[in-house]
Structures are given as C-alpha cells and as structure tokens.
Design a protein around this ligand. Structure first.
Ligand code: UDX
Ligand code: ADP
Length: 471
C-alpha cells in the first residue's frame, strides 16, 4: 500500500492533461502520472508540440515534466504505483441504443473502473473528474468493490470547472474546487493537494450526488444564459434593437451580472450540449417531464441560432450561395483553443455545403485534418457511414488555408465563426480589394470593427442587429 500521496490520471485529454500539469507544478513532491491508451497523444505530451493548445500551458508542462509529471501508456503500472487515481476520460453523448442522443456513453468510465479494480492492491482513492450523470459514482463503486484483489476504495467526485482557452488561469485561481464524497478522510486527502495553492475557503465539500449534479447544473445555467441572449438577438434583428447594447444594459444590474451575455452564432464545446442532454435524460428517467422540456429548450434554441445564421447568409446573398466562395474565419468552438467539438462552425459549414457553396476555411490553431474529419462526421449517418456524394462534396468544395488573406481572396462573402483576436483587426482594405462585390461579411461573434469595415465598403451583418440593407 502506498503511504505518501502519488497521483495517476487516466485520460490525457483537454481536462486530464492541463489539470494534472497544474497539480504537478504546484506540488513538486507529488509524482503525477498521466496515462492514456492513445500512444500518439502520449507522444505529443512528451514532445514540444502538445496535443492541447492552451495559452500558458507549454510553460507549466515544461516546468514539471520529467521532474514529477510523467506521461505514459502503461496504465496498469501507473495505477499500481499511485494512491489517488483520477478518471478523466471522455463521456460523449450516446449515439446508439437506449438513450441515444441524450444519455452519456459511460463505456470508457466503466472500462477504467474495471482496469482499476483488476490491478489495484491496498487502498486507493478514485476520483471522478469527467462530467458524469448523477449517480455514476454508484456504478463505479460497485465495479471497484467487486475487485478480486482485495483492494479497498473510496470514490470521490471532483468535477472540473475549467473553461478551454483559459484553462491555466482557471486552474491557478478557480472560483471554487468541489469535492463530493462519503469518506471525510478521503475528502481531506484530496483537499490537502488543492490546498497547496488554493485557499481553503474555496474548497467546497458536499455529498457525492450533489457534487455530480452541481457540475451539470453549472453548465446548464451557463448555457442557458447564452441561449437567452441569443433568443433576444433574434428579436433585436427583427425590431432594430442592438443585442450588444441590450446585454450591456442588463449586465449592469448586479443581480444579472455582465458575464456570459455575448450573443453568438451558438455555443459549442464538449460540455454544454452534452451536459444539458444528460440532465434532460435524468429528468425524464425520474418522470419530471416539464423539467426535462424546460432544459431541452436551451439546446433547441442553440440549434435554431446556428440554423438561423446560415439561413441569413443564404437569404442575404440573393437566396443562393451555390458555387460562391465563402471564407470561413474560425473553426474552433471558441478562441484560444484547438478544440472543435460541437463547434457552431461545423453546423454552419454543413448547411452551406448543402447549398453547394465553396468554402475556404482558416483557423489559426485547428489542423486541416481535424476540419475535414469534422465535416465528414457532420455528413455521416448514425453508424458513421459517409456517402460517396458527400465525400466528393467535401473534397471538391472545401479548401483549408494558412492565413486570413489566403482564405478571403476572391471570395463573395466572409463568415466569422470564432472570435480569434486576429479577426478583430485585419487589414480590411486589402481584403476588400480582393473580394467580389457586394463584399458581404457575416459576423457570427460581433467582433469585427463594423463601422470601419462598412466605411471601406463591406456589407456587414452582425448577430442581434438589423441589417441596414433591406433583405
Ligand atoms: C464550459 C464551462 O464554462 C466550464 O466551467 C466547464 O468546465 C466546461 O464547459 P468551455 O466549454 O470550455 O467551458 O467554454 P465556455 O467559455 O464556457 O464557452 C462555451 C461556449 O459558449 C463557446 O462556444 C463560447 O463561444 C460560447 N459562449 C460563451 C457564447 O457564445 N457567449 C458567451 O457569452 C459565452
Ligand atoms: P476531455 O475533454 O474530457 O478531457 P478528451 O477526449 O480530450 O476528453 O480526453 C479523454 C482521453 O481519455 C482521450 O485521450 C482517450 O484516449 C482517453 N481514454 C478513454 N478511455 C480510456 C481508458 N480506458 N484508458 C485510458 N485512457 C482512456
């Protein structure tokens, strides 16, 4: 049995990698081993080209890697050597069987629990880091307790609240750390790790189920705010109000607050939609039909917002984008990340490709292979099959570029889909001169300098603001 604290994290993704790097940085005496089945991901973590792009992360990893931070594919050995085991594997929405499209797929969590049960000896604290449906800990506990090796376990829920793009800052100064569990000794052991750099009053402890539900609820509330302001953006476009002005006006009410009120083409990311659907599934399971419908509407509104954006592009461009070149600026689901999961860009691109537009895509961080992969998946059926016609459509109509200038050259329109800083202040004159007329710009993030670009000659269409040209 290991006496001093040592950590293993299963899953070297967007959550596991940065979180463990920060723990290793702050606790140089605690060995932190991050394991994953994916060899190339581990190789990347051990290289200068990390698989996750996050501002400031390179420095944190460089400081700790090789000292007390290790990346490996030897899952069993690392579990055996550690006293605390974090589970940070992916929990995508189920795409098949019962609960498809709503419930979380817990296959990866269950496999982890079985591996831990098989190879553990002595006592281990197992920590759920991945966002999970309420009462998953119960299933994890049952699998662990069936361990034939005689090992004993405490299970804790310690959800991660970091947002991508600001992960390092969020990990350094979190609003709170939440630890849910039944054993106060296990809670205390984990709290002691965080206490190295986080004030004790920010470490909240609850029972297991409250902790699991708090994570789903936090994401549901945040997503709800975005859908609420996006709903108002549709009304602004119809009435002549300006959604950014409305957001500023309501955000100054201290009860409402200014954050998460930025209207956009729609929220994305691996958490919001998945967690809400999870919540909806949970409510339905407990017969709470009205509660389920209430939360589901947040996702419906987001789908509507994405569709509305592509429809507006088509309508504005004289009801046809067929064979027109549209420059897509940004493919990541938000700035400062290379993550594209559930990105609004995928949906908008799919709609425009359906209309036979030619897309020239530029994102500062997302590789071409990822963009093509996402678009192929967007056109695939439930079993992942892609028809030849759709494959050809993507191959023929999509080009991926290495700069904004390349992507926008000879285009009929620009659609800004991610709020990357470089899209806020590009050389408007140079871009305008290389485009067809009218030079349309659809700002899905309200980040461009609208007045300046309009003066240059662009026809700018923003979210939540009526178009000045009659449609
Ligand atoms: C979210 C939660 O914020 C985080 O606490 C949790 O751990 C994981 O899920 P993340 O998805 O990484 O984090 O990013 P977030 O900043 O929440 O943005 C989610 C989406 O909402 C993005 O597509 C973003 O562009 C969009 N958004 C956010 C808006 O459209 N408007 C806003 O005002 C805020
Ligand atoms: P998140 O955003 O939740 O971190 P990611 O998909 O970025 O999700 O990362 C999850 C990681 O977990 C992936 O790299 C995947 O290979 C890894 N993983 C999934 N199942 C297992 C498992 N049983 N053992 C080890 N690693 C796993």
């Amino acid at each position: 049995m290991t006496t001093s604290t040592s950590i293993c994290c299963i899953g070297a993704g967007y959550v596991g990698g940065p979180t463990m790097a920060m723990i290793a940085k702050q606790c140089p005496d605690i060995p932190v081993r991050v394991v994953d089945l994916n060899q190339s991901r581990i190789d990347q973590w051990n290289s200068d080209n990390l698989p996750v792009y996050e501002p400031g992360l390179d420095e944190v990893v460089k400081e700790a890697r090789g000292r007390n931070l290790f990346f490996s594919t030897d899952v069993q050995k690392c579990i055996q050597e550690s006293s605390i085991i974090f589970i940070a594997v992916n929990t995508p929405t189920k795409s098949f069987g019962v609960g498809a499209g709503r419930a979380a797929n817990l296959e990866f969590i269950e496999k982890c629990a079985r591996t831990i049960a098989e190879c553990s000896t002595g006592h281990k604290i197992v920590v759920e880091k991945s966002t999970l449906p309420v009462r998953t800990a119960e299933a994890v506990k049952r699998i662990l307790h069936s361990s034939a090796s005689g090992a004993t376990f405490d299970v804790l829920s310690n959800p991660e609240f970091l947002a991508e793009g600001t992960a390092v800052e969020d990990l350094l100064k979190p609003d709170r750390v939440l630890i849910g569990g039944e054993s106060s000794a296990a809670i205390e052991t984990l709290a002691k790790v965080y206490e190295r750099w986080i004030p004790r009053d920010k470490i909240l402890t609850t029972n297991l189920w409250s902790s699991e539900l708090s994570k789903l609820t936090a994401n549901a509330f945040l997503a709800q705010r975005v859908s609420s302001i996006n709903a108002i953006s549709a009304l602004c476009e119809a009435t002549g109000a300006d959604v950014d002005e409305v957001a500023r006006a309501i955000g100054t009410d201290s009860r409402i607050g200014p954050k998460f009120l930025k209207a956009s083409v729609g929220f994305g990311g691996s958490c919001f939609q998945k967690d809400i659907l999870n919540l909806v599934y949970l409510c339905e399971h407990f017969g709470l039909k009205e509660v389920a419908q209430y939360w589901e509407q947040v996702v419906c509104m987001n789908d509507y917002q994405k569709r509305r954006f592509s429809a507006r592009i088509v309508r504005t461009m004289f009801n046809t984008v067929s064979d027109k070149k549209i420059a897509i600026l940004g493919f990541a689901f938000k700035k400062d990340t290379n993550d594209t999961r559930e990105s609004a860009a995928i949906h908008v691109c799919r709609d425009l490709l359906d209309e036979r537009a030619r897309l020239s895509i530029y994102d500062p961080r997302v590789p071409e292979s990822q963009i093509r992969n996402d678009l192929q998946l967007a056109f695939s059926d439930a079993l992942g099959g892609l028809s030849d016609k759709h494959k050809q459509l993507i191959d023929k109509n999509v080009t991926v570029h290495k700069s904004l200038l390349e992507a926008t050259r000879d285009s009929h329109a620009i659609a800004v889909l991610t709020e990357w800083d470089e899209f806020k202040s590009f050389d408007g004159k140079q871009v305008f001169d290389s485009m067809y007329r009218p030079a349309f710009l659809f700002d899905g993030r309200n980040v461009v300098n609208r007045q300046q670009l309009t003066e240059i000659g662009f026809e700018v269409h923003s979210i939540g603001r009526a178009s000045e040209v009659l449609l």
